[in-house]
Design a protein around this ligand. Structure first.
Ligand SMILES: Cc1cc2nc3c(=O)[nH]c(=O)nc-3n(C[C@H](O)[C@H](O)[C@H](O)COP(=O)(O)OP(=O)(O)OC[C@H]3O[C@@H](n4cnc5c(N)ncnc54)[C@H](O)[C@@H]3O)c2cc1C
Length: 504
């Protein structure tokens, strides 16, 4: 048996790999590393896999408790292709409309992945010219995406040096990314209609950020949604977690549930294994941590410089979720519905301000898949999500466990839905509430922050933990590490980590 001091990832050498956490990133990394020939054991703290890609089943309903929209499906396809092919029982279906947007004054539009149709809808819903403005903006956004995908999304970022190298090689790419400019500023420059600007602002929240402080580079997010579409997994997105679990096992990985890791152990400055709660020790040449980076550097391993750097970043926003079992069908309800508030800035002030508070009039997101596999006949399962400050004490956080708060806020959201034409109380079979504190308890996301750190601020991308940790043999995968949160980026992070570890 090799000792922990041996080099890992050398061609022809099998490493013992322990993956800490069976979220999407952990499972994807496990499938890839097992395919590369390594001996892989996944230790998951909870009783099931998937992490934030969670499931809640009740009275014949199957609710996704986390992701509801798949973007950049080619990233998922690449993962499955590289590890044995697309699973026969996993069906990805394109959505059209991708989402139905409504503004406070009553206007709105349906987003379509057919750009001509989208522009027509924008002209009809917001007024002539809105379509042309959005089309021109997406052309600008495409340049951002093309400039950032190789060096930032698909490669291991190693700090400001990565940008310096890009600047030397491709100054035009750096100009496209518009460093120093916020997403909000970019929107003001290109979009005349305040509702279109609001629409653009929303994409900052897909990385857990405030559009007033998030970089203009996030313009790539609406571009990829337009270019690659919005997709649904038949039976619910949770099926993707099951498919990844299956794939990791098929490739030879062992997945241990209810096995929380208490400590990543090191010897001579490199990983030597993990210690589970209860004391069991697993030796490893490589440890891939899929746990929240704040936990990795806060409690699992000693890496004080990395911990200090992480502490300088603003945590991402969290979410407050209502799962509603609804009798009957609701006319005009699309698969994804977004109801914008009157004052979007008030929402960001409440979520990111030092006096954080539940948002009084938040953007309401309602996902109600018309899929017989996830709801009983004649019913609808609504997933309602609003942005929320993270759970905790002190500035920027809210104690979501305060007696009565979750229930009264859920009541408030039902009132708001009714005011926006979605009165549902009389048809409710049940409601189930998930606060940021619940997400923290169920997945280990510190404070329930969905994406680890936000992209707020010019240096945010460099405060986000890199995939290669300062401890030799320890790698970070998942939404709180580079390149960021959301299913496609998390899947890319697994690809990057597998590349860093290399084949057996
Ligand atoms: C409400 C909500 C809505 C979302 N909507 C979308 C969407 O529409 N589209 C999209 O693309 N993304 C969306 N996301 C984001 C997406 O879900 C995440 O970015 C992604 O699932 C995170 O995966 P991950 O690999 O970081 O692992 P996580 O899901 O964070 O999983 C980490 C795993 O590690 C385990 N763990 C933690 N500590 C330990 C330990 N000490 N020992 C062992 N195991 C441990 C946890 O139990 C968990 O299973 C949403 C997320 C949420 C919460």
């Amino acid at each position: 048996m090799r000792t922990a001091g041996q080099r890992t990832g050398a061609a022809g050498e099998v490493s013992r790999v322990v993956v800490v956490g069976a979220g999407v990133g952990g499972l994807a990394a496990a499938a890839r590393l097992a395919t590369l020939g390594h001996e892989v054991t996944v230790c998951e703290a909870g009783p099931s896999v998937g992490g934030k890609l969670g499931l809640y089943e009740r009275e014949g309903f199957r609710f996704d408790t986390g992701p509801s929209l798949v973007t950049m499906p080619h990233v998922l396809r690449a993962l499955f292709d590289d590890t044995g092919g697309w699973p026969a029982d996993l069906e990805l279906v394109p959505l059209d409309p991708v989402a139905r947007y409504r503004f406070a004054g009553g206007s709105g539009f349906d987003a379509s992945s057919d750009l001509d149709l989208l522009c027509k809808n924008l002209d009809a819903g917001l007024g002539p010219g809105a379509g042309a403005d959005w089309r021109a903006f997406l052309e600008r956004a495409e340049r951002v995406y093309e400039a950032s995908r190789g060096p930032f999304l698909e490669a291991a970022l190693d700090g400001p040096g990565s940008v310096a190298r890009l600047a030397m090689r491709q100054p035009r790419d750096i100009a496209a990314i518009a460093p120093g400019r916020s997403l909000r500023t970019l929107g003001r420059r290109h979009l005349r209609d305040p509702r279109l600007r609001m629409h653009l602002d929303r994409y900052a929240t897909y990385t857990g950020s405030d559009p007033r402080r998030a970089p203009a580079a996030l313009a790539a997010v609406p571009y990829v949604e337009q270019a690659f579409g919005g997709w649904y997994v038949t039976g619910g997105l949770r099926r993707l977690g099951d498919a990844l679990h299956q794939r990791a096992i098929e490739r030879g990985a062992t997945v241990r549930l209810s096995s929380p890791v208490e400590r990543i152990e090191t010897e001579g400055g490199r990983t030597s294994g993990v210690r589970l709660a209860g004391g069991e020790r697993l030796a490893a040449d490589v440890v891939v941590a899929n746990t929240d980076a704040a936990t990795v550097y806060g409690t699992l391993v000693d890496a004080p410089a990395a911990a200090r750097r992480l502490a300088r970043a603003t945590p991402s926003l969290a979410g407050f979720v209502l799962l509603l079992g609804v009798r009957g069908r609701t006319p005009g309800l699309a698969h994804h519905n977004v109801l914008f508030p009157t004052d979007y800035d008030a929402e960001f002030d409440a979520v990111f301000g030092t006096h954080a508070a539940p948002v009084k009039e938040p953007t309401l997101y309602v996902s109600a898949p018309d899929d017989p596999q996830v709801r009983p006949d004649g019913c609808e399962g609504w997933f309602v999500l609003v942005n929320a400050p993270r759970h905790g004490a002190g500035p920027g956080a809210v104690d979501w466990r305060a007696p009565g708060l979750a229930d009264s806020y859920a009541d408030h959201l039902l009132d708001l839905l009714a005011q926006r034409g979605l009165a549902v109380r009389d048809r409710l079979l049940f409601r189930h509430v998930l606060t940021p504190a619940d997400l923290e308890a169920q997945t280990g996301a510190v404070g329930g922050a969905i994406y680890g750190t936000s992209s707020n601020g010019a240096s945010a991308a460099f405060l986000r933990p890199t995939n290669r940790s300062p401890v030799r043999g320890l790698f970070l995968v998942g939404g709180s590490a580079h390149p960021g949160g959301g299913l496609p980026l998390v899947t890319l992070s697994a690809q990057i980590v597998a590349g860093l570890v290399g084949p057996a």
